[in-house]
Write a protein that binds this ligand. Sequence first.
Ligand SMILES: NC(=O)c1ccc[n+]([C@@H]2O[C@H](COP(=O)([O-])OP(=O)(O)OC[C@H]3O[C@@H](n4cnc5c(N)ncnc54)[C@H](OP(=O)(O)O)[C@@H]3O)[C@@H](O)[C@H]2O)c1
Length: 271
Amino acid sequence: MQTTLKLSNGAEIPVLGLGVWQVPDGPITEAAVTAALETGYRLIDTAQAYGNEASVGRAIRNSGVPREEIFLTTKFHPGRRDPLAEIEKSLELLDTEYVDLYLVHWPQGGATVAWPGMEAAHAAGLAKGIGVSNFSTAELTEVSESSQVAPMANQFQYSPFVDRRSLVEACVAAGVVPQGYSPLGTGEHLDDPAVAKLATATGRTPAQVLIRWSLQRGVSVIPKSSTPSRIKENFVALDFELDDDSMAALDALDATSHTAEAKASSQKWWS
Ligand SMILES: NC(=O)c1ccc[n+]([C@@H]2O[C@H](COP(=O)([O-])OP(=O)(O)OC[C@H]3O[C@@H](n4cnc5c(N)ncnc54)[C@H](OP(=O)(O)O)[C@@H]3O)[C@@H](O)[C@H]2O)c1
């Protein structure tokens, strides 16, 4: 299968990466990123809000993998004022001269408020790509229409249970790469009986089945694990295919009516 998607700046973003939300700064994050890079992952997803950029940076530096072979994402904390000033701090922590993708973590204060600062980070060469996260279709359109450089990616919660298909379609139509987070429902979908049944039937694990579903939907995906054996297990999702019946069984789990929203209004922690 295709292992990268093309951003509008021409860069290739891997379809499968490691997310490090809730992985403590220090040896645990370093070990997770090290295991991922050894396994073959080339996309690491962190954020200013995660507090572990320094460990991500150390693991990358010590890995021996050339920096230009790694796609590194961090996210602007919208509770802070200036995306340009904040990326300078991130780069110091990450010990690198640029990130490959810098996302507005959520649309606090409105869709467009952070964007001029994101464009400034891009113009300064500190962020090769810029994008958004937790933006609905309407918010994505609003920021695209008011920008010099349109968002290149939108990262939002996505899994068979939260199949924001209308949002994926809107991203693709606008030339914005869709990226899914919480593909395992932060762990909660792994014990679902329908997922377990499909895993048994296909000879895969529940995590592999869930990750593979997102990949076959054309969405880049960033499962998190701080367990090296699971990091390896999840990477196998690149190497098998779910047939149409299996995809349909997973499609049937959607509880969002294929929403174009990035979040239910009750889940918008920023408003
Ligand atoms: N932009 C945003 O607002 C936003 C929000 C949420 C998440 N994200 C990004 O998306 C990433 C992933 O989402 P997520 O952290 O919510 O969770 P997730 O990837 O859906 O699930 C992670 C959980 O599943 C467990 N797990 C992972 N692989 C497993 C396996 N093979 N077998 C059994 N358990 C497994 C992990 O446990 P262990 O770690 O103990 O192995 C952890 O408890 C985040 O880390 C972050 O980078 C972004």
